[in-house]
Ligand binder design. Structure first.
Ligand code: CP
Length: 382
């Protein structure tokens, strides 16, 4: 075989006996070798192509090494309280890289090839469950979906026993949604895998708040100049809790607006201004984040009259005028159209970021999986 070595042997250019085209094999340290045809029969041309490929692969590798030296070193993501401003910014920056990747025709890389991720959803979900699945598959990980209806919890097994059982299969990440507050943290203490809280009761939903922050970052440069209103059922909303923590750490000023009975008792301890009135609460706001009425968590309590609620707290074009002129609307979904948000406004892409939030969910979840797994690799090395 005719061959030539370049870059201290990291590039091998060779011709197969039955081919006139130069083939290239590029080996970046600690990465799998990449083999392909240069598409050229002329050595000088093939050399140029190989060097260009080598340079771009080296750059990608440098970025990966930089990523390992990351600012978020923990192996779990269970509470936003565990994140400081620099760590949040680091996760948002990492996720930004996946936004353009997710718009490519070929949306697959091998960052997490050979890794095993479990989606453990013991509560309904569309966005979070599927976006974690899409994220894992785009990074080439193997993802297993476990729903409560298929699990031995129905035969009386405890949740922690289920987790210990799955942990024995050597997974890399467990993504957990469960109605019990604090359950992800408990699970993170008994398993070896990374644990991501995908929503625990009314407590926290960290990746939702991170994807909301990423959506906002795409539109506004500086969080410290932003006034954000979070409106509706604050008491039962894990999205509100996580967003209050993440967005205020990034420097945004937060107004919460809702009926008194739907405000948490400790609301005055949170970094927010509280309003019972949309007109006052939306004044000077750049973003209005609406929340779903969490009917499933209001069992045994008095539900407000939905017509009255829409009139007082439901967001429509008229109430949006109380905010800044071009204020944007967000909603984590699923939406109760015609209750907390006017249907037309929700679909108005000049004002609503709702679909963009879903797209950012995939990018954030790709970043979180990648960061946590690399952190765990580093822990296991030492
Ligand atoms: N926002 C959110 O958590 O949606 P799902 O319940 O559909 O996952």
């Amino acid at each position: 075989m005719n061959f030539k070595l370049l870059k201290a042997g990291h590039i091998k250019l060779y011709k197969r006996e039955n081919s006139q085209y130069w083939q290239m094999k590029i080996k970046i340290p600690k990465q799998r070798a990449v083999r392909s045809s240069t598409g050229s029969k002329v050595f000088k041309e093939a050399e140029k192509i190989a060097l260009k490929n080598y340079s771009s692969l080296s750059k990608e590798n440098d970025n990966q090494i930089k990523r390992v030296k990351n600012l978020y070193k923990k192996i779990h993501l269970v509470e936003t309280a565990d994140l400081n401003k620099k760590e949040i910014e680091f996760i948002l920056d990492e996720a930004k890289k996946f936004i353009s990747f997710n718009r490519k025709r070929n949306k697959k890389n091998n960052l997490l090839e050979g890794r095993t991720i479990f989606n453990l959803f013991f509560e309904d979900s569309t966005r979070t469950r599927t976006s974690f699945e899409v994220a894992a598959k785009r990074l080439s990980a193997d993802l297993i979906n476990v729903a409560v209806k298929d699990s031995s919890i129905n035969k009386g097994e405890t949740l922690l026993d289920t987790m210990t059982t799955i942990n024995s299969m050597n997974p890399d990440v467990l993504i957990v949604r469960h109605p019990e507050e604090g359950i992800s943290k408990k699970i993170s203490m008994i398993v070896d895998a990374c644990v991501i809280n995908a929503g625990d009761g009314s407590h926290e939903h960290p990746t939702q708040a991170l994807l909301d922050a990423l959506t906002i970052k795409n539109r506004f440069k500086n969080f410290s100049k932003l006034q954000i209103a979070i409106c509706g059922d604050i008491l039962h909303s894990r999205v509100a809790r996580s967003n209050i923590i993440i967005l205020s750490k990034l420097g945004a000023k937060i107004n919460v607006i809702g009926p008194n009975e739907w405000l948490p008792k400790n609301i005055n301890k949170l970094p927010v201004n509280v309003f019972a009135d949309m007109k006052k609460g939306l004044k000077n706001c750049d973003i209005v984040m609406m929340l779903r009425i969490q009917k499933e968590r209001i069992v045994g309590k008095i539900m407000p009259n939905l017509k009255t609620y829409l009139k007082k707290y439901g967001l429509d074009y008229n109430k949006l005028k109380y905010a800044k002129k071009n204020a944007l609307v967000m909603h984590p979904g699923p939406m109760n159209r015609g209750i907390e948000i006017d249907s037309k406004l929700a679909d108005d892409i000049t004002r609503s970021l709702i679909q963009e939030q879903v797209a950012m969910g995939v990018a954030i979840r790709m970043a979180c999986l990648d960061i946590l797994i690399k952190n765990r690799d580093n822990v296991l090395k030492h």
